[in-house]
Design a protein around this ligand. Structure first.
Ligand code: ATP
Length: 591
């Protein structure tokens, strides 16, 4: 019932008046078929009885019924598509809003969420279109049922046994429904495989991974895996389709047997003189239309079932978003006490082992804190918790003594900024690529210039044919940049907010050479200390110790726990893990 309510609500939002006109049209079409059968009977009976006025009236009424049928059939398609197009825009907007409304990114890494999103976005009749057209299909199906019922009622008027055609007619509906359920279940069961195949396919055909795949010569193996995955999905789907076809065939066999029997009954009645010539015409007209009426009813039910499935995913997404309410307190304007993590533990959803355990860490205001550790130690995960992209499984994070959980995620995001190792390459004009780092100043060219300068990207913009106005990226025939140049722009984006409370730099310079990284961080730390009145905490993750040693405080992570922490000098003096790694790297870089 809720699914039905959701379908109707979407169409009402797309156009209430157009929808009412549409319902009126399909009802007219449904009644026209019965009227055509009746007028033909009157016409024939009046012609045999030689009643001129009756012939004229039946012919006129028949002509009106035919005209109503063809006009409503034409307009029906136009109105249905018009409402569906508008509804589809609304649905897509809702999906995007529901996806981006969730302040954490957990859902974007959850397979069940991605499966539902993939099914919704699959396009065509099995995606959002199915929902967009659902109310119109509902009205059309109701009209088909009405038309079918009128036909059966008229048939029963000639002889009650002819009403049994309804039973025969129900067979394709019932068995067809069973067939559709089979196919639907198979499609749901294979959506994960389809996503896996798509991921393998993308690896082979997209330019960035394609380079690596071709050099390694792993293309044939990946294609083989994609094919195996595809075959497995297809086997399940094709098997289900064959079984569904068998059920449909059985349904139509029952109907054909019933139709043959009905023709036999009418022939016997005519021989006995209990049926008029008009009755015979009526029976033939209606019975021949029965097949079309049953087909459209069945087709309508299939599409409604599909729409129900899609509506269910759509409602799930909206409920998921609603379960992550936004709102909360304002973030402080400046930090006086800093950010504190107490007893933090974190396990990724669906993962058995914790990634972080027992993290106790104080990030003082105005400090530059570096986090080091081997790959997989949990550095990025720590950043995800501090920026609010994930919620800790245990423990608490406080900002100037206030729990981060009570601060509005959107307002916390507005005072945090970050540059990440897996940075985005927004294909926008160069200035906007940087400006989106602080939306209110998207077109503030002075602010953009400053951020670009601090990120050491001035020369990159200057070399573009139209400077900051140059469209970037190949998707839109724009200028393409080198990977490291894109990374510098990502860094500039993170610098758009000049006075954040938290600035996260998660290996944002991995594509730069060590000297460039060193110079950049020197500028950064100077800048952060200059902005001391805001108390900005800068959290820096880097594998390069020549950069790390500039930090005020260094945290060494290992297997999700803090191994040691202190200043560069303290840690060297302790002679622990940090001292070992630092000495090793210094020796490797020594001339
Ligand atoms: N989305 C995720 N779902 C499940 N596990 C994850 C996810 N992201 C990371 N992990 C796991 O968490 C652990 C820590 O990952 P994290 O990215 O925090 O490490 P890191 O120290 O930043 O590593 P690197 O230096 O390579 O960037 C890894 O074992 C990784 O497999």
């Amino acid at each position: 019932m809720q699914v039905l309510g959701e379908m109707i609500a979407v169409s009402a939002r797309a156009g209430r008046t157009t929808m009412l006109w549409f319902v009126l049209l399909v009802a007219t079409k449904a009644v026209s078929v019965a009227l055509i059968g009746l007028t033909q009977r009157w016409l024939v009976d009046n012609a045999i009885a030689d009643i001129t006025r009756g012939i004229v009236a039946a012919a006129a009424l028949g002509a009106v019924a035919h005209a109503a049928l063809s006009v409503s059939a034409q307009l029906e398609v136009h109105l249905r598509d018009d409402i569906s197009d508008r509804a589809e825009v609304i649905i897509n907007h809702d999906i995007l809003a529901a996806t981006s409304a969730v302040p954490t990114i957990e859902h974007l890494e959850r397979p069940d969420y991605l499966d539902r999103l993939a099914m919704l976005r699959s396009g065509g009749a099995s995606g959002t279109r199915a929902l967009a057209v659902s109310t119109q299909v509902l009205a059309q199906t109701a009209a088909s049922v009405l038309s079918l019922s009128l036909s059966i009622w008229l048939l029963a008027g000639v002889h009650p046994a002819l009403a049994l055609l309804a039973l025969a007619g129900a067979a394709p509906l019932v068995l067809g429904n069973r067939a559709n359920r089979l196919v639907r279940r198979a499609m749901d069961a294979t959506s994960g495989l389809a996503r896996r195949e798509q991921a393998l396919h993308d690896l082979c055909v997209q330019p960035v991974p394609g380079k690596e795949i071709r050099t390694a010569g792993s293309g044939p193996e990946l294609s083989r895996r994609a094919r195996t995955t595809w075959d497995a999905a297809m086997r399940t789907e094709v098997g289900a389709r064959w079984r569904a076809a068998a059920w449909r065939f059985a349904g139509w066999t029952v109907f054909t047997a019933g139709f043959t029997a009905a023709v036999g009954v009418v022939a016997a009645l005519a021989v006995d003189g209990r049926a008029s010539a008009g009755d015979i015409i009526l029976i033939i007209t209606l019975a021949s239309r029965l097949r079309e009426q049953i087909t459209s009813t069945m087709f309508g039910i299939v599409r409604l079932a599909e729409a129900g499935r899609i509506t269910d995913h759509y409602r799930w997404l909206k409920t998921y978003a609603a379960a992550h309410p936004t709102g909360g307190d304002a973030a402080p304007e400046r930090l006086t006490d800093g950010i504190t993590m107490t007893g933090i533990g974190f396990t990724y959803p669906g993962s058995g082992a914790p990634t972080l355990t027992g993290i106790d860490l104080h990030l003082p205001p105005g400090a530059v804190v570096a986090v080091v550790g081997v790959n997989g130690a949990g550095k990025t995960t720590l950043v995800k918790l501090l920026t609010g992209l994930y919620t800790p499984t245990s423990g608490s994070i406080t900002v100037d003594g206030r729990p981060l959980a009570t601060i509005d995620p959107a307002r916390w995001a507005a005072v945090a900024t970050g540059a990440f190792q897996d940075f985005a390459k927004p294909q926008l004009p160069a200035g906007e690529t940087v400006g989106i780092g602080d939306l209110p100043r998207l077109h503030d060219s002075a602010a953009i210039r400053t951020a670009v300068e601090q990120a050491g990207a001035t020369e990159i913009i200057a070399a573009l044919p139209n400077g900051a106005a140059t469209q970037l990226g190949r998707h839109f025939d724009g200028a393409e940049l080198a990977h490291g140049q894109w990374q510098k722009l990502a860094l500039a984006r993170a610098l758009m907010r000049q006075r954040p409370l938290l600035r996260v730099l998660d290996e944002p310079t991995a594509a730069l050479d060590p000297q460039a990284e060193h110079d950049l961080f020197e500028r950064f730390t100077t800048h952060t200390r200059a902005a001391a009145e805001t108390g900005t905490v800068t959290l820096l993750i880097s594998h390069r110790f020549s950069t790390v040693h500039m930090a005020d405080h260094i945290v060494v992570l290992s297997h999700g726990t803090i191994l040691e922490q202190g200043s560069h000098a303290d840690l060297l003096a302790t002679g622990g893990e940090y001292a070992k790694l630092y000495t090793m790297q210094a020796a490797a870089y020594a001339p």
